[in-house]
Design a protein around this ligand. Sequence first.
Ligand code: SF4
Ligand code: SF4
Length: 443
Amino acid sequence: MKTFKIGGIHPQDNKLSKSVRIENIPIPEQVIIPLDQHIGAPSTPIVAVGDKVKVGQLIGKASGFMSANTHSSVSGTISKIDTYIDSFGYKKPAVYINVEGDEWLEGIDTSNQLVPNYALSSKEIIQKITDAGIVGLGGACFPTHIKLCPPPNCKIDTLIINAVECEPYLTHNHQLMIEKGEEIIVGISILMKALEVDKAIIGIENNKADAIEYLEKITRLHENIEVLPLKTKYPQGGEKQLIQACTNREVKSGAIPASVGVVVQNVATVFAVYEAVQLNKPLIDVFVTITGPELLHPGNFKIRIGTSLSDALKMAGGTPENTGKIIGGGPMMGRAFLTTDIPATKRSSGLLLLPEKQAKRLEPSTCIRCGKCVYACPMGLEPFLLGRLSELKIWDKLEESHVTDCIECGSCMFTCPSHRPILDYVRMGKSEVMSIIKSRVTK
Ligand code: SF4
Ligand code: SF4
């Protein structure tokens, strides 16, 4: 069975919310909608305090090439345009809305019926995706319309759908495929039209047998869409790892997938594209796994953007008393949150609550040069060296050692018998080196 070639690990999958049907989180009394839910410049607010808005209405306009539109996820009155404190304690721009009813913008199809047919050109599809503020929902939040317009020297021949969900604990993408498989297949054909390609591969790990069987069944009549079961191995959802597993093509250091003729889209993004193009629905809600070993009801939820994660957490049983760590995302690539009193955004994919015992990191000891981190690294790097260079702040050597190739998967730290916080150091060093490179380029 296919997989990527270098490194990788096999953490326990802990999919506690597997097969739990997606539930809607109730609409709250107030939402805080951040204007920076994507890579690039925050959108510019186009509403004022006191304005009435409807569900799906544009409230923030993309401000520049690398940006995305922001829409209201509720109907109500704009109460404030201000900042909010994000999950890491930083102030970010946001629009506050007091909710009144649930009135949707005219033209958005809320019937919940499958809409299979479309007759749009590639250009029209990309425009709809741009208007709808769609971004990559695999965590990167890269504006989707930019990914659909690769550089002219790159000839795209294959669309890969990232249906891997290799992070332990996370299950919402798996459940989405079970519940919305037909919509996802329509979304794939729309993206194929947008890219003008005649081949799509759904890369999915073999631990999702029910989803594989279902997708194979509903793609029987779609000769150009292949469902490709992959060997379960972390981090198969990494873009470069997935491309290699599905096509045997290698994206070189510093290059983008389009350089090998591929565009990758996450399965939740594909569903958002379906909704944008077929239902005229902008990106106003996200699918999130809320989970943890001590949680009463770990599950998969659909949350209106701007809803407090604390409110959403109540649906999963609330915060257990012995919670030692709150993680946004999965345990491997996720980041520790200071609080859950923050709004759900396009970046939200998981909320993991670990009990104190599991959250505690073991005391690190000296590196014993065992090389396990090197074997585990899917990017062929030397994590022990990157960690040490970061620790010593030797930025030029760190850059020469390709720290910018690190995908922050955490495989190195997972395998380290000395419990060294390699990922923390590498992340810190990578961010420093990236800002050095940026200032060099803009000089
Ligand atoms: S160095 Fe980066 S890419 Fe390599 S295993 Fe560690 S986190 Fe993953
Ligand atoms: S796995 Fe840990 S102990 Fe082994 S070489 Fe890497 S950093 Fe050192």
